[in-house]
Write a protein that binds this ligand. Structure first.
Ligand SMILES: Nc1nc2c(ncn2[C@@H]2O[C@H](COP(=O)(O)OP(=O)(O)OP(=O)(O)O)[C@@H](O)[C@H]2O)c(=O)[nH]1
Ligand SMILES: [Mg+2]
Length: 395
């Protein structure tokens, strides 16, 4: 199964706690504070991997946690940073937040996006020493890591995509022009999932061509297999419309598919198109297309069975797939490394660790929020919790 959607839950690592510690030295009756800082929690990062084909790994595994930062220690020892978790995803993966907003588009190999940033480590008591407070009996606990749900959606990146009715010969054409070996058979809906092929030019240029399952009338409303895969056409700069020249009026076949593209929208209806009249070995002369349509940039008559017309079509593809817009490289450079920032965490309070438990400073949270924050900070029943002037016991 080709999986082009997934939902994941990301939980970046919690920062380690700062240490509460005092120097113990020979001949020094009471040493100064020497508690080191906690390490940073680990990030959770997506990385676009050109070797991956789909999102199927996320069918079984959905929860991804960054490593927890290590706690600080005595003698100013800094806690280790938590492990960073890198999730490889196929190139072309788009990430949406829980509200359906596009967060990042991993449109080229190596692009990265930080979906959850690890929490910062807490400061050790050494950092809280001042001339008037030489023995701070508290240290900061680590901050929680960012946590959120994301929807992943793979939209194939291809220079050109083959579209057409089932059985038109799309997969046969891809087999003829590229390194791909999609299944070819004499029945409709042979192709069940998109297939990418690479077309090589003698001068070393390469094009990626996508073969998508056949479309039928109603595809844009979910009839047949096509609808799910129409999304994979969105990023192709050129549509190659394959028509079975031996299967009746080509203009009628063209319009059927064209209506579905228009219904789907997303710009598919304005995309430049090459029409390939296939199975020419089965007809006496090329049928006339009889369409005046400014989107049709070229028409070819070929036979995938005999190979006739294929070299010409293949050569022309390199001129017809429009060059990438000037803005594209800039855009992709920006996607090289992105940090997704969820709404800033409303946490206007700090939790400090003391000899006997915890101290809350800043705007003191109430009820559950306080309890949850304390539990996350490691509070156990019986711990003392100082809130302003009050000293409570953690239950
Ligand atoms: N005679 C002849 N048969 C062809 C030609 N091209 C493809 N075919 C045959 O047409 C049938 C369908 O070909 P496919 O390439 O599987 O068609 P498709 O458009 O990928 O079909 P779906 O994946 O079902 O949408 C197969 O039996 C092919 O052998 C051609 O040029 N001439
Ligand atoms: Mg096919």
């Amino acid at each position: 199964m080709f999986n082009d959607r997934a939902r994941i839950h990301v939980q970046a690592g919690r920062g380690g706690d700062g240490a509460l510690s005092f120097r113990r030295e020979k001949y020094v009756p009471k040493g100064g504070p020497d508690g080191g800082d906690g390490g940073r929690g680990g990030d959770v990062v997506l990385v676009a991997d050109p070797d991956l084909r789909d999102l199927s790994r996320f069918r079984r595994e959905r929860l991804f946690k960054g490593g927890r930062g290590g706690h600080g220690g005595g003698s100013g020892k800094h806690g280790a940073d938590g492990g960073r978790v890198e999730l490889p995803v196929p190139v072309g993966t788009q990430v949406f937040d829980a509200d359906g907003n596009l967060v990042v588009d991993l449109a080229h190999a190596g692009a990265q996006a930080v979906l959850g940033r690890g929490g910062s480590g807490g400061r050790g008591n050494r950092q809280f020493a001042t001339p008037t407070r030489q023995t701070p009996r508290f240290a900061e606990v680590g901050a929680p890591g960012e946590e959120a749900d994301f929807d992943l959606r793979l939209k194939l990146l291809a220079d050109a995509a083959l579209v057409g009715l089932p059985n038109a010969g799309k997969s046969s054409l891809l087999t003829r022009i590229s390194n791909a070996k999609p299944k070819v058979a004499d029945y409709p809906f042979t192709t069940l999932e998109p297939v990418l092929g690479t077309v090589d030019a003698p001068d070393g240029r390469q094009l990626t061509v996508a073969d998508v399952p056949g479309l039928i009338e109603g595809a844009s409303e979910g009839v047949g297999l096509g609808h799910e895969f129409l999304a994979h056409l969105e990023r192709a700069r050129l549509l190659v419309h394959v028509i079975d020249a031996a299967a009746g009026d080509p203009a009628e076949q063209f319009r059927t598919i064209d209506r579905e593209l228009a219904e789907y929208g997303a710009g598919l209806e304005t995309r430049p198109q090459v029409v390939v009249l296939n199975k020419m070995d089965l007809v006496r002369s090329p049928p006339s297309l009889g369409l005046a349509d400014e989107r049709i940039v070229a028409v070819f008559a070929v036979s995938c069975a005999t190979g006739k017309g294929i070299p010409e079509f293949r050569r022309a593809l390199f001129d017809l797939a429009p060059p990438l817009a000037d803005s594209a490289p800039v855009e992709s450079a920006m996607a090289d490394f992105l940090v997704y920032r969820p709404a800033p965490r409303a946490r206007p309070f700090k939790i400090l660790r003391t000899d006997r438990g915890f101290r809350i400073t800043g705007r003191v949270p109430e009820g559950e929020e306080l309890e949850e924050a304390l539990r996350a900070a490691g509070a156990k029943t019986g711990d003392e919790v100082e809130v302003g002037e009050d000293v409570l016991e953690f239950q």
